[in-house]
Write a protein that binds this ligand. Sequence first.
Ligand SMILES: Cc1cc2nc3c(=O)[nH]c(=O)nc-3n(C[C@H](O)[C@H](O)[C@H](O)COP(=O)(O)O)c2cc1C
Length: 408
Amino acid sequence: MYLLNKHIVLGISGGIAAYKTPELVRLFIKEGAQVQVVMTQAATHFVTPTTLQAVSGNPVFISQWDDRIPNGMAHIELSRKADAVVIAPASADLMAKHSLGLADDLLSTLLIARGCEEQGSILPCPLLMVPAMNLQMWQHVATQRSVARLKADGVIILGPASGPQACGEVGAGRMLEPEEILEGLCAFFQPKTLLGKRVVVTAGPTYEAIDPVRGLTNKSSGKMGFAIAKAALEAGASVHLIAGPVHLPTPLEFTGMIRRTDVLSAADMANAVESAKDCDIFFSVAAVADWKIINPSSQKIKKSDSLSPTLEFALNPDILARMAANSAQRPFCVGFAAETQHVSEFGQAKRIAKNVPLLIANHGPDTFGQDHNQVSLIDASGVYPLQQMDKLRLAREIIAQVVQRLPA
Ligand SMILES: Cc1cc2nc3c(=O)[nH]c(=O)nc-3n(C[C@H](O)[C@H](O)[C@H](O)COP(=O)(O)O)c2cc1C
């Protein structure tokens, strides 16, 4: 559960995307959060307070004259226990109002009165807004002015996405999907230990062609590499993800902080890494084929009862060793190894052979395609086994371990 013990105030304003908010509440709660919904009057035209009360398990507040709060000051009390206020959808109207500090209903007043109580003091309560509106409304100079002011005031703006809109027009202004908003909120809560760092991650298997329809590959799903890319983004880095053939969506794509290059063979991956080598940290997570087939056939090899084809192999470039041997400003390199036996010895030997400060050794091949993993961290001082955990949690732990080891 990624939002365990978090108190979230979810503000809903009057946009058509409000119909997606019961699902958003459900996702927040599934991750362990407690959700307090506050709606504008306009929002109640798009989704009912009864639905939101039922899914959140808490009374929904709309009016600032509501006397269900003992001191009658819902605009102050409702955010005092909050870890964050999320506005989804954020209407053009509400963003404009908050950028000017206007406060003429419960939600807009709560936004300028917001603050979390901690050890007797009131601390600023983070605010995330998820805009949703028609393309022309989004592009309007007044809306863009509001967005610029809100950002300057420290408000985090998630999205919007582009695509078909409820009004029939197509373009920027769609609300992010509930799963993306959840990811954005979870990312927000992660420590920003890699702000300003450029990270390159390789992920997935590679594919070596035998002929135009056949090839050699391996069981890597790319999940661990994609989790590392996501955890690095959550920590504030910009990420270049170089992926072999996998079927995974680009993590946190809506942040605009990730670039993805898809490749097929080990040689393609080596070329892509070569052109991305100007980075601070390099994670070599991909299961790169050690060998390629010499002279793959340009035509499909015909099946014959009497003759089996003979394949000849040549070594592929060692991408990690190359990066680690790079010039004076080489990045901090992290290797991954999947060993089926003698994990510690083979892992330590591999780390030394590749000349990398940190190697992550998977305990056996069972991790391929799974959502969890068990690894040992291997550095010059020894071997440190970690507990089995899901790949995103593990990726966050690995990022934390890397941050501790980065040169000052
Ligand atoms: C059918 C319909 C759909 C609307 N959809 C949006 C929308 O997606 N985004 C938006 O900013 N405004 C939308 N509006 C306009 C807002 O509801 C209107 O500006 C309202 O005053 C917003 O109030 P609030 O900011 O207090 O919630 C829509 C209006 C109607 C009638």
